[in-house]
Design a protein around this ligand. Sequence first.
Ligand code: B3K
Ligand code: ZN
Length: 843
Amino acid sequence: TVTQYLADWRPYPFQIAETRLEFDLAPRATRVRSQIDFRRKHAGDLVLDGAGLKTLALAIDGRPLDPQRAEAGRLVIPAAELPDAFTFSAEVEIDPEANTALEGLYLSGGMFCTQCEAEGFRHITWYPDRPDVMAPFRVTVRSDKPVLLSNGNPVSSAPGQAVWHDPWPKPAYLFALVAGDLVAISDSFTTMAGRAVALNVWVRPGDQDRAGYAMESLIRSMKWDEEAYGREYDLDVFNIVAVDDFNMGAMENKGLNIFNSKLVLASAETATDGDYERIEGVIGHEYFHNWTGNRITCRDWFQLCLKEGLTVFRDQQFTSDMRSAAVKRIHDVQTLRARQFREDAGPLAHPPRPDNYQEINNFYTATVYEKGAEVIGMLKRLVGDDGYRRALDLYFDRHDGQACTIEDWIKVFEDATGRDLTQFKRWYTDAGTPRLTLAENWRDGRLTLTFRQETAPTPGQPEKPPRVIPIALGLIGPNGDEVLPTTVLEMTEAEQSFRFDGLGARPVVSLLRGFSAPVTVAREIAADEQALLLAHDTDAYARWQAGHDLALDGLIARATGAEGGAAFSRAIGGLLDDAETGPAFAALCLALPGEEEIATTIAARGGIPDPDAIHARREALARDIARAHEPALARLYEVMQTPGPYRPDAEGAARRSLRLACLGLLSRLDDGTRAEALFGAASNMTERQGALECLIAAGRDEAALAGFAREFSGNRLVMDKWFMVQALRAAPERAVARARELAGRPDFDWMNPNRFRALIGGLTANHAAFHAADGSGYAFTVDWLMRLDPVNPQTTARMCSAFETWTRYDAGRQARARAALGRLAAMKGLSRNSAEMVTRILA
Ligand code: B3K
Ligand code: ZN
């Protein structure tokens, strides 16, 4: 295996004036003819990438070259054989039907489609498959499929043939082609300059009635990017296509976004509130890439967070504007902690901008995406909203049409605001989550806060110099009044003190408001102070965090054998009293920290988490809370009904989330009686799935599961939920057996990534089941990873990260996890993708 290093990047010797492609599509033998007009820019040979191509012909300016010159993966034509400007042409044959890896050109349910990021284009034809080589494309597609699509604007279309032209220079990873039996729902958008854009969402016949929300989301996204960033769309058409077999969520191909169908199709009966919110967010995300990713792209794949961190940040802003900013922020923090902090604390830790990789597809991670977005949030907080706006305007102005680096990005902030961001850059280059410790000193009306920051070593990075940490805080007086509104402290040293004078009484510090930096916090705070913050803080995130910490402390006390949770249970009482004024917030507070988070916290505090004890104690606390607050929960459960037809908006979703939070607790007392009634009565998937999850946890699920399967056997996306909830919610002692049984069903179509992730991913997310003491969860998971790897290395490798926490558990579990991973590592022909993951995890 070859390791790629950031330091080895060299400019490509040529630029491309135009790329012309012709496709004759056939499932087993597709012909691809290419003509690429190169012009020399620097000295050097012509190096092209190709993978799995049957090369039929090669030529320079029409003079044939021996096709045998193509080696495995590379074609090199020495500089001496090349004029300064020339046309390279090739004819290759590829086999889309055999392409189960879903990278390059493949078939999904009889439809041709492509996925080229990161290095999929080399599976289509010979090309400089690197993001800094950009070209306008002209594409001819020939096929008997009725709908033939590619990037850019349509030039001509006749039965059997369509021609597309994309005038905006783009790298090959943004190329896309679709050919299939598709129908569109269509609309149009008039840009701020008054240009009309034709919009289409393409789906399989019969799915049209579930594509409306995707279209509405697209229109909202286009409008929002104009208003919030001044960014206008730049082609005559924008196409979205839904496909059933897809390794990721979606892909921002220029003018032709391709989506996993689960992020397009939604109806009240088939999609949950969460699905709707994700659809809106991902439609936005891919659309926003048009400027942050496509018009300005990455110089090399080490810079991936340049486009992904920024685009996640933009989609988060979009969702906050469309829905509730406070709720969105809390959700984002939950995701970051669950996925990125976990990654940062284990063997897979890497900086948002890594400096080496073996397989770039293994770096589409929570660190590159979500931490990449947090870093931008910190930048914005440091330079202010105006500074941010000026920096972004400069970025678009200065770098439109270019392939850029993190250095370019930082420079626009320095130039637009005059700040020196040298130290700030460490957030991009250093891995690991800083731990922030607060010590307080109170004397004569003066509060002194002394902060220390420390980051544990990560693979390859033993030293961790201090970073710039924006610490947003406020002070809450003992009577609940805010005595200091939000103030941002800039910490730059390993240890630093800040003083607040002239205070009448000792206040409680509302720390890290809005989650102003991706750090963990260690501080001494009494339960009654946390309760005060939960009741009175003016910052919604900090309020939620106070309640969450209260619950977490109680749970950890219990999981390690002590008493705990009473203070949290008391605080819940107050919260339920005014839950009706903020149902989504109340639901978030009612949700106990998950088992994974409890385990993470125990490990971070130097303990060894016991998954069975964690599960049992968490269940016990949930029961205690339910018992203590049964009347209030039962009342809210009734009050939070959403009468009238289902609407997927934030208000309705908030009420349903509180209703289901109450149901979850009440089901611990009524053995699922309410859940069974709701499952039978609900007309929307949010409540049906919520009720089903309660029934599975209560072990009273047989009838409901059978009814669900009968009703939805023809709907793949809904059946994915059916597989997922069973693996995820089954009681730990039953879950592995249940998953094994489900895996034996004829409709466990494991080559479909959604179905595979639903079942196997569902089990790995069932903490106590995956980490079963007898190793059955590990063994089952690895059996399936070994089956999937030869078929689809990308999805296999991503799912290896289920094991990234293995070293935190006891010796017995560690031995079983190591044995399971060892089997995978020793597998003959293991993909480069999975080999890199297993090696890093076992290192
Ligand atoms: N850029 C794509 C991800 C491609 C993944 C390649 N393994 C989706 C997105 O982030 O918008
Ligand atoms: Zn993205």
